[in-house]
Ligand binder design. Structure first.
Ligand code: ADP
Length: 169
């Protein structure tokens, strides 16, 4: 039977830390489904369509990676994919606290679900989508932390916001 790992996240935006988890995931599982959580109540920098476009472009040549999105309960979505494996990444103790709570909540909703944690590699431990947004919005370069495509899109988006905020009324 095909072992499918579901890697859900906000990916707002996709970082080299995420990519590292996906690539390592494909060495363990037959397929990794990278799925964007579409949460209307959560304000994101990139729209769902933009996040999907970035993921599709990044993983275009990865035959073991599928890009998708979901809304509603993750456990229901996992069932529709026909998998009980959730893949998540860990960087810090605070990640662990959050991830443990989520894993236990998911397990109580769906006991067959198994969350598999992959520890970050040292080059990626400091990388987070929010840190990247802060660096770029302050005029810094995040080229080492995100794919080129993301850096360009982020620059366009955040620097435009900055100019608009500075414009006199
Ligand atoms: P969410 O809002 O669901 O936490 P994220 O896009 O922030 O979505 O992260 C998705 C998953 O990837 C989470 O499990 C997170 O801990 C993990 N992750 C994010 N950045 C890294 C990184 N640099 N190294 C390892 N795992 C990471």
């Amino acid at each position: 039977m095909k072992r499918i790992a579901l890697y859900p996240g906000s990916f707002d935006p996709l970082t080299r830390g995420h990519i590292n988890i996906v690539e390592r995931g494909t060495r363990i599982f037959d397929e990794v489904v990278v799925s964007v959580a579409h949460n209307l109540s959560k304000k994101t920098t990139f729209t769902l369509e933009e996040r999907l476009e970035i993921l599709k472009e990044t993983f275009r040549d990865h035959s073991k990676v599928r890009v998708d999105y979901f809304d509603g309960l993750l456990v229901n979505y996992a069932r529709t994919l026909g998998t009980n494996i959730l893949l998540r990444g860990l960087r810090t103790v605070s990640d662990f606290e959050y991830e443990l709570r989520m894993a236990l909540a998911n397990k109580s909703l769906s006991p067959e679900l198994e969350t598999v944690f992959m520890v970050t590699e040292s080059d990626y431990g400091h990388i987070s989508s929010s840190l990247i947004k802060e660096i770029v919005s302050l005029g810094g370069s995040a080229a080492d932390m995100v794919p080129k495509l993301v850096e360009e899109k982020l620059r366009g988006k955040l620097l435009r916001n900055l100019r608009e905020a500075k414009r006199p009324l």
